[in-house]
Design a protein around this ligand. Structure first.
Ligand code: NIG
Ligand code: FE
Length: 420
């Protein structure tokens, strides 16, 4: 159990805890200036303005001195990033495919199959080493919670292995046997869906928290997707969906209708899709700031690394936000459509290309990701939350977008443990 750490001299603290000490009314990011954060036993013990810290910290520590004190020197602090969408169990890379795309070739869902061949051929240790390398890379960029999908195995044994290895590194594991129809089932997609809903799900569900499907032309139809998601839900898994990435389609409304925690990509949306996403929050009577109990809406998770790497148009975050939908940002780190693990890059792209304000983008990359994973212990800094904290080498969170590509993560704490 980590001891206590007091971080003082914070120029700008993003708490995502509206109503907390020192926050302003109507600011969902709960920004506090000249602030202090106290971590104790792996949890946040207190966060608020320096002027209230003396009494609050003394009270929280019961008169003990903090074990460690860190002076932020006027720099900015925020919750660790919650990357709610990655595909990190894979082998090989597709740099040549990326290069061809940049020379004018379109992105196609079928590219997934080349990673499937490399992943099947890899040993457990090669896959474990890849996972560890990418997770370390993400941690150095401020990610403290990560979801990991399978989906590059596409046999019962290879998908079981994928989710089992993912479960060694995170509880947020997603079964994605329905990523694409594998070559050996070409022309027999329904037979493959039978396998996914039957033996594959039975072997994978014990390691997974979520079920996912790629509902898109070239992958699975809405009917096939519904079968997979309903089977997963019947096996006790939460629902999330890849949809509307390459063209408009029925995936978003299918996801909302099934009460999915998130529908990811959302690049091509109709007005009905946007209304369905927004309505999922108002209809369920829950509020995205988590102030009214259980979360039941469907988060629209936007993945700007994909549009960057596939030269597609960026999703219109402004349209979703203005309609009242809840937006998360995630990396979609995978070797095909988005080979970045950088949440700061996603924030920068969202601000520059998707008409999000800095405050909205930072919220979506932290609290939004937590909602997309239906987690109430991460993505914010309030007493009781997990002590997942990022200290920036910058005076404000704006620098995440203002200084793209610059390594701005000075220090990270995960469950109160410091890195580096
Ligand atoms: O999220 N959309 C489907 N799956 C991945 C693509 C994976 C790949 O191209 O290998 C995605 O973009
Ligand atoms: Fe994905």
């Amino acid at each position: 159990m980590p001891g206590s750490t007091l971080v003082t001299g914070i120029g700008e603290l993003t708490t995502n805890a509206p109503g907390g000490p020192g926050t302003r009314d109507g600011d969902p990011t709960g920004l506090v200036t000249d602030a202090v954060v106290l971590l104790d036993g792996g949890r946040v013990a207190w966060a608020g303005p320096a002027r209230e810290a003396r009494d609050a910290v003394g009270h929280a520590l019961d008169g003990r001195e903090p074990d460690v004190t860190v002076d932020a020197g006027g720099r900015a602090v925020l919750p660790g990033f919650v990357d709610s969408h990655t595909h990190l169990v894979f082998a090989g890379d597709r740099a040549a495919e990326f290069e061809a795309r940049m020379a004018g070739r379109p992105y196609e869902a079928g590219g997934i199959r080349s990673t499937v061949a490399a992943t099947r051929a890899a040993s457990d240790d090669v896959l474990r080493a890849g996972l560890a390398r990418h997770l370390d890379e993400a941690a150095r960029q401020g990610t403290t919670t990560v979801e990991v999908k399978g989906g590059y195995g596409l046999t019962v044994a290879d998908e079981e292995r994928s989710v089992r290895l993912a479960r060694e590194v995170t509880p947020e594991v997603t079964f994605l046997g329905a990523h694409v129809v594998p070559v050996e089932y070409a022309g027999r997609a329904d037979a493959y869906v039978d396998l996914v809903c039957g033996e594959m799900l039975a072997m994978c569900a014990p390691h997974a928290r979520w079920v996912d499907v790629f509902c898109e032309t070239g992958a699975f139809t809405p009917e096939q997707s519904r079968r997979v998601l309903e089977a997963g839900a019947a096996a006790g898994l939460g629902v999330r969906v890849h949809a509307n990435q390459l063209a408009p389609g029925d995936g978003v409304r299918l996801a909302v209708g099934l009460g999915a925690a998130a529908v990811d990509h959302c690049t091509y949306l109709t007005d009905d899709d946007v209304a369905a996403l927004a309505g999922s929050w108002t209809d369920s009577g829950t509020r995205p700031d988590g102030t009214s109990g259980a979360v039941a809406g469907t988060v629209a998770t936007l993945l700007p690394g994909v549009e960057f790497s596939t030269r597609q148009p960026y999703p219109d975050a402004r349209r979703l936000l203005d309609a009242g939908a809840v937006v998360a940002l995630a990396s979609d780190c995978n070797p095909g459509s988005s080979y970045t693990s950088s949440m700061p890059l996603c924030v920068a792209l969202a601000v520059r290309e998707m008409r999000m304000t800095v405050a909205e983008a930072v919220w979506s990359a932290t609290a939004g990701g937590a909602l997309a994973l239906r987690r109430d212990d991460v993505g914010h800094l309030a007493p009781g939350a997990r002590a997942d904290v990022v200290l920036l080498d910058a005076p404000s969170r704006t620098h995440l977008a203002y200084r793209p590509g610059v390594p701005l993560i000075a220090k990270t704490w995960r469950s109160g443990h410091p890195h580096p």
